[in-house]
Design a protein around this ligand. Sequence first.
Ligand code: SAM
Length: 329
Amino acid sequence: MLIDNHGRTINYLRLAVTDKCNLRCFYCMPEDGLNWLSRTELMSYEEMLRACTLLVNIGIQKIRITGGEPFVRKDIMQLLTAISKLDGLQELSLTTNGVLTAPYVAELKEIGIRSVNLSLDTLDAGRFFSITRRDEFGAVMTTLEELLKHNIEVKINAVVMDGKNTQDIIPLVELTKKLSVSVRFIEEMPFNGDGKIHQTKLSWDYIRILEEIKQTYPSIKKSRDPAYSTAYNYHIPGHTGNVGIIAAYSRTFCGTCNRIRITPQGTLKNCLYDDGVLNVRDLMRAGNNDDTIKDTLLNAFNNRVKDGWEAEKLVQNTGMHESMAAIGG
Ligand code: SAM
């Protein structure tokens, strides 16, 4: 088992396979996109598989594939299939915007993916367009239907944005009446990739989001949060699904943080709010053998910051203007 210098278990890797995305969610990246990574900057699938293999060997049990949008990277099913076969890996899951995902759902089920996070900030097609700058609401809803049809557990991730989609909170909660989905509201984080500093004070924090839900559903009850949960979990009596609230900006969950991240160009992040502690791709391309790379990784895990506030302080440019697509959500 991997334990960090603060006594926390590390067993969860989030691997971003590309920085590219087919949506332009305004809170994540500028309308013109980012300066996309070149092919040589991106880790190859071989490198990603090697990194995953080494990490599973030293204690990672769960891998989530994210991006950018995983399905815009060519032949993504090849990588998913290879990772799904790793000895010792207990769970493979992915986060997707659902635009291109529907045709792959049966295959995802076949390779053993039991849970998918689907990003969906509104149930209104017009607002979907104004948030994402793309007319793809129908495609995302088709993916939702396909996932449910194939009995894949669905967690819907909705970022709550002042003046943009707070009127969607209750309609999204209402999805849980009949559908076996978990709708999770995420505090907006200052990662929109436009180079400017945003949001000194968050107006929709986890407390206000819960208050908003309670106005319509005063009977909402707190559920037990599973180990390492980043969400506060709730259930409304009589509903099939569940509700969660993720204090991503308030950072109330760092004390149990079990996760590490690898960006598409191989940067290892010990914390969402740090700017990378080493580069796995470069370690591999420098010709290091597996043991050396494992030792270097273990050393990094032994030097993790206490929490996201400390990480943010250490980042020299505290503007935090990176795009979430370059980090992996
Ligand atoms: N393309 C995939 C998707 O849309 O699910 C995976 C990558 S996306 C960067 C992962 C998650 O990060 C999404 O649920 C998205 O809503 C969330 N995200 C992106 N920017 C964010 C921000 N500024 N604040 C909070 N969540 C954000």
